[in-house]
Design a protein around this ligand. Structure first.
Ligand code: SF4
Length: 287
């Protein structure tokens, strides 16, 4: 049985950069307090915690006066940075540069749209940290949409500036844009700007993953149980190859999956470390 690792798998650039920043601090013996889970992957988080990383919430900030706090790749709203400054906390800012650029673009759109009454609409997961950061840059008045159910939240007779959380699926975003345009046309309004804000590290993975899923008898997908990106990329695999299985670590593997398989492909979410994918592949080889 041949076991192949997806060459496109492993951390995305933003997460990789954030982890490297944290590791450099930890190796220098500095305590690192991270605002929220750095990556939606328990195995990687446990490893960082064993090196000294402490995950904190916004409620913990007042007790950390004078300390160093890390902002993860998802970013934070402006209010958080203000609070950190007021508390004299040093910020270790690991916001992904792509997210920073998107926050700036949303802020510009928000400020220029204030007079025209344009609505800032964000296609994303409600409650997701990146969405909170994006919304904060729109004065916390952005309309968060996830499906057609949310159409009632928008006024289709007014201008709309549409953005997407970086890790959303490109196909879903396109459908959302088309649906909004259709409703706006019905309302006699065409003032819609759809901003291309799905990250290429995510949108580029889906087509490559389709081919990879078709090339193997069984696909083992490694991802965190709370990874939005993992759930989406796994659905791409499953739609191409019914013998696709989602695992968090080697303990979830069932030997029965490989009974009639000649080739197994191992892949993962953009929040899954390359070393873990390699570990899973080695484990399957030994089976
Ligand atoms: S998915 Fe893209 S935008 Fe989001 S953290 Fe990774 S590289 Fe940055």
């Amino acid at each position: 049985m041949k076991v192949t690792i997806d060459p496109e798998s492993g951390f995305c650039f933003g997460v990789d950069r954030a982890i490297q920043k944290a590791e450099t601090e930890l190796e220098a013996g500095n305590p690192v307090f991270c605002l929220g889970e750095m990556v939606h992957n328990k195995v990687q988080m446990d490893l960082l915690k064993s090196k000294g990383l402490k995950v904190i919430t916004h409620n913990d900030l007042p007790a950390l006066k004078g300390q160093k706090v890390m902002v993860r790749a998802h970013g934070e709203p402006p209010e958080t940075f203000k609070q950190l400054q007021e508390l004299g906390i040093t910020v270790l800012n690991a916001t992904c540069p792509i997210v920073t650029k998107l926050q700036q673009k949303i802020n510009e759109s928000f400020l220029s749209g204030e007079s025209s009454g344009a609505q800032i609409v964000i296609y994303g997961k409600p409650g997701h940290a990146e969405v909170a950061g994006l919304n904060g840059n729109a004065g916390n008045v952005a309309i968060i949409v996830n499906s057609e159910i949310d159409f009632g939240k928008m006024d289709f007779s007014k201008p709309i500036r549409l953005f997407s959380q970086t890790t959303m699926d490109a196909e879903g975003y396109q459908m959302m844009g088309e649906g909004i345009l259709e409703r706006m046309n019905e309302a006699g309004n065409t003032d819609l700007v759809i901003n291309k804000s799905v990250c290429r590290q995510v949108s580029g993975r889906a087509p490559a993953l389709r081919s990879f899923a078709n090339e193997h008898d069984v696909i083992v997908f490694v991802g965190g149980s709370n990874s939005a990106n993992g759930a989406y990329l796994f659905s791409v695999c499953k739609s191409e190859n019914i013998n696709s299985f989602y695992i968090s670590n080697t303990e979830d593997i069932d030997i029965k999956w490989f009974e009639n398989a000649n080739s197994v492909g191992v892949t993962g979410a953009t929040s899954t470390p390359g070393w873990l994918i390699k570990q899973v592949a080695e484990f399957i080889k030994r089976l």
